[in-house]
Design a binder for this molecule. Structure first.
Ligand code: FDA
Length: 393
C-alpha cells in the first residue's frame, strides 16, 4: 500500500526544504525524499563553510536564462529580506562580506539546522538514503517507487538540483523526469567553474600559481571586476568563475589587471622621476611581486626604466590593461558550483513553477534554466523558486 501525501518533494537541498516549509505552513502534508544520507549537503560546504545565503542586491539581472524575465515573479515575491527575517528569527549571526554577499558569522550548518527546525514545526516528513526508481502519474497525482516503499502524492515537486559535483550525489535526475513528462531541457554545462589553459601557456604561467590579483575580466560584452587567482591548472577566483558562465569553447577572455591603476602614466612618471628603477619594481607597487616579475620578464624589459624606450613601456602597459587569453576548457562538473541551463522555462508557470502541461508537477532550484552569478544569488533563487512552488501546491 502506498503512503499518501498532498505533496512529495524529491531533493532535500535548499530549494526542496524551502518548498516543504512553505507548503507545510499552508497545512499540506509533505514528504521530502533524498538519496543522500544528510540534507542540505551543498549548503554545508557553501561559502567556504559559512554559506553565502543571499545577496542584498539580487534581481533578475543577476541570472542567466534563455528567458531573462522568467525569474522576476518568484524573486519579487520572496526577497533577500524575507530570508534574512527567517535567519534573524533563529538568531543566526550574519555579516555582509562584500558586494551585498551575506554570510553566516559562524557556520553554514546553522542554515541547515534552521531549515530542519522550520520543517519540523510544520510536520514535514523527511526520508534520507531513499532511492527513487520510478515516477509515474495516475488520476490522483504521482506515484513514486522508492527503496523505502511506494509514495503517493497529489503534487510532485522536483528539487534534485543539477549535475555539478557528482561526488556529492548530483545525478541530473530532474532532467530525466522533465523529459519523461515531455518537457524539454536546454543545453546544460558547468558554470561558476575554474578555466583551464593549454599546456604551453600553463607552463609559462607556472611560477604564478597561487598569485591573486584584482582584475577586470571580460568575455564579449560581459565583464566582472573581482579577484583573479592563477592556479596549477589555469585561472580561478571570483572574476573567472563569474565569466565562466558566459565563456564558450574557443572564446578569448581579456584580463585587465588592477583596472584602477593607470600603468601607462605610472611607468612614464617613474621613468621621468627615477630612471634607475627596474620595471618590475615599479609594477610591484601595485601588483603582486611574482606577477610584476613575470610581466617584465616576458616583455624582456628587466632593465632600468631610463634604458627603455617609451614605446616599450606603453606596450607593457597595454598588455596589463588588455591581456588576452584563450582558455582551453573548464574544470567541468567536478568543481563547477552550478549547472547552467536546465528545465526549459517555457514549460513552467513563472508564478508557481508548475509545468503548464502537467498539472501538479513542479520544478524548482538549480534544475531549472535559471542560473545566478556568484555571490549568494543561487541560494536566493533556490529559496524564491521553492517558496513559489510551496505557496501553490
Ligand atoms: P541541491 O543540489 O542543493 O539539492 C539537490 C538535492 O537533491 C540534494 O540533496 C541531492 O542529494 C538530491 N538528489 C539528487 N539526485 C537525487 C535523486 N536521484 N534521488 C533523490 N535525491 C536526489 N550558492 C550560493 O548562493 N552561495 C554560496 O555560497 C554557494 N556556494 C557553493 C559552493 C559549492 C562548493 C557548490 C558546489 C555550490 C555552491 N553554491 C552556492 C550553489 C548552490 O549550492 C546551489 O545553487 C544550490 O544548492 C541549489 O539548490 P537545489 O536545492 O536546487 O539543489
Amino acid at each position: 500500500m502506498a503512503r499518501n501525501y498532498d505533496v512529495a518533494i524529491i531533493g532535500a537541498g535548499a530549494a526542496g526544504m524551502m518548498a516543504a516549509i512553505a507548503a507545510g505552513r499552508r497545512g499540506r502534508s509533505v514528504i521530502v525524499l533524498d538519496h543522500a544520507k544528510a540534507p542540505g549537503e551543498k549548503i554545508r560546504i557553501s561559502g567556504g563553510g559559512r554559506c553565502n545565503f543571499t545577496n542584498l542586491h539580487a534581481g533578475p539581472k543577476n541570472y542567466l536564462s534563455e528567458n531573462a524575465h522568467f525569474a522576476k515573479s518568484a524573486l519579487a515575491r520572496y526577497t533577500p529580506a524575507d530570508f534574512i527575517a527567517m535567519v534573524d528569527r533563529h538568531r543566526i549571526g550574519w555579516h555582509e562580506k562584500t558586494l551585498g554577499q551575506l554570510f553566516c558569522d559562524d557556520s553554514a550548518k546553522d542554515i541547515i539546522r534552521m531549515l530542519l527546525e522550520e520543517m519540523r514545526a510544520v510536520a514535514v516528513e523527511l526520508r534520507l538514503s531513499c532511492e527513487i526508481s520510478e515516477v509515474a502519474r495516475d488520476e490522483g497525482g504521482y506515484c513514486l517507487s522508492t527503496s523505502q516503499g511506494q509514495i503517493h502524492a497529489s503534487s510532485l515537486i522536483v528539487a534534485c538540483g543539477g549535475k555539478s559535483i557528482p561526488k556529492m550525489g548530483a545525478t541530473g535526475f530532474a532532467y530525466r523526469i522533465a523529459e519523461q513528462f515531455g518537457l524539454s531541457v536546454t543545453e546544460t554545462r558547468p558554470a561558476l567553474v575554474p578555466l583551464t589553459l593549454e599546456p604551453n601557456l600553463l607552463g609559462e604561467l607556472s611560477d604564478l600559481s597561487g598569485v591573486a590579483v584584482n582584475a577586470d575580466v571580460a568575455c564579449g560584452k560581459t565583464r566582472f571586476n573581482e579577484a583573479l587567482l592563477f592556479t596549477h591548472r589555469g585561472l580561478s577566483g571570483p572574476s573567472i568563475l563569474q565569466i565562466s558562465s558566459y565563456w564558450r569553447e574557443g572564446d578569448e577572455i581579456t584580463l585587465s589587471l588592477e583596472p584602477g591603476v593607470d600603468f601607462a602614466a605610472l611607468l612614464k612618471t617613474a621613468k621621468q622621476e627615477n630612471g634607475r628603477q627596474q620595471v618590475q619594481t615599479v609594477l610591484a607597487h601595485h601588483l603582486p611581486k611574482r606577477l610584476a616579475q613575470y610581466l617584465a620578464e616576458t616583455a624582456r624589459l628587466e632593465r632600468p626604466l631610463a634604458d627603455l624606450p617609451d614605446k616599450a613601456l606603453a606596450t607593457l602597459a597595454d598588455r596589463i590593461r588588455s591581456w588576452k587569453i584563450k582558455p582551453a576548457g573548464s574544470e567541468g562538473y567536478r568543481t563547477a558550483e552550478v549547472t547552467l541551463g536546465g528545465v526549459d522555462t517555457r514549460h513552467l508557470d513563472s508564478r508557481s513553477m508548475e509545468a503548464k502541461s502537467v498539472p501538479g508537477l513542479y520544478f524548482i532550484g538549480e534544475c531549472v534554466d535559471v542560473t545566478g552569478w556568484l555571490g549568494g544569488y543561487n541560494f536566493q533563487w533556490a529559496w524564491a523558486s521553492g517558496h513559489a512552488a510551496g505557496e501553490s501546491v
